[in-house]
Design a protein around this ligand. Structure first.
Ligand code: ADP
Ligand code: MG
Length: 276
């Protein structure tokens, strides 16, 4: 993905408080706070039990845990697609229209619409004509390196390219927070590494805050400054691992001893979560 040739709000990283320190920590203002959030299905299935988490502007938080530990439930609650059974979720200063972008595991593109029309969707749902937001659509496509594919149809794209379109769609309203639910899990490892690198480059450029769900230790360490480790039955947070390695992170980081040490720490926490 080329990030060159675009001039998308270079100051956004500053204005959104999205910068991270050299050691990877964020001192951004609190953006979102989950206080003792629980979700119970059918009266007795505790999908999430007492989750508390404060996400700061500029954080890249991964939710890491085995299948069924409530990762998707947590994201759905944050996205407002579902409501907590108890506890509360607060946006500092309230949640504005377009503040949230969401990327799912499947790209979920409309097959009959062009790439540009797919990326226009969040604006279209807010009643904006294509002409009035065309620049934003093309800007978002440029950010994921797909500006030349604006007129293509999803069937003409590879799996990795479809996921880039889905990411562009999540960016098009210039959100403060992006939620990503295992977006790269279905991709081959090489494509996944490439998209991991590109996601960090993109984040450095636009300065958004990300909550990312994965069950991959390696992916969570590469991307995040904070890893929230979760366990199942009931779904709950059991550890938080800080990844205090500086950004930008690149292939050199992926093969460094610091990366290996962080992977071991996250892996130990995950084994705790799985109970072995
Ligand atoms: P994860 O994303 O970590 O794999 P989920 O959040 O999807 O886990 O699910 C957590 C638990 O809640 C699982 O036991 C799942 O079966 C259950 N669950 C999730 N959504 C629903 C639902 N809409 N109705 C009933 N049970 C659900
Ligand atoms: Mg899930």
């Amino acid at each position: 993905m080329s990030l060159e040739g675009t001039d998308v709000a270079a100051t956004d990283a500053v204005t959104k408080g999205g910068a991270t320190n050299e050691d990877g920590t964020s001192e951004g203002a609190p953006l979102l706070t989950l206080s003792d959030v629980s979700k119970v299905f059918n009266g007795d299935l505790v999908a999430l039990n007492g989750m508390s988490l404060q996400v700061r502007a500029g954080d890249f938080v991964s939710l890491l845990g085995p299948s069924g530990c409530g990762k998707s439930t947590a994201l759905r609650l944050i996205a407002g697609l579902s409501h907590p059974t108890s506890g509360k979720i607060d946006w500092t200063g309230g949640q504005g229209a377009g503040d949230l972008g969401v990327v799912f595991q499947e790209p979920t593109l409309m097959p009959w619409a062009t790439v540009a029309q797919n990326v226009w969707l969040p604006w279209r749902l807010r009643g904006k004509s294509y002409a009035s937001v065309k620049d934003k659509v093309l800007e978002a496509l440029a950010l994921v390196g797909l500006e030349k594919f604006a007129g293509s149809y999803p069937r003409e794209l590879s799996g990795g390219m479809k996921m880039r379109v889905s990411i562009a769609r999540s960016l098009v309203t210039n959100p403060r927070l992006i939620l990503m639910d295992e977006p790269f899990a279905a991709l081959d490892e090489i494509t996944r590494h490439k998209l991991n690198n590109d996601l960090l480059a993109l984040r450095a450029k636009i300065g958004c805050t990300i909550i990312f769900v994965t069950h991959s230790v390696f992916e969570s360490v590469f991307l995040s400054n904070r890893i929230v480790v979760m366990a199942a039955r009931p779904g709950r947070v059991i550890h938080e691992v800080a990844v205090d390695a500086p950004y930008p992170r690149d292939e050199e980081f992926r093969t460094s001893s610091a990366y290996a040490a962080h992977c071991r720490a996250a892996s130990d926490a995950l084994h705790d979560a799985i109970g072995d």
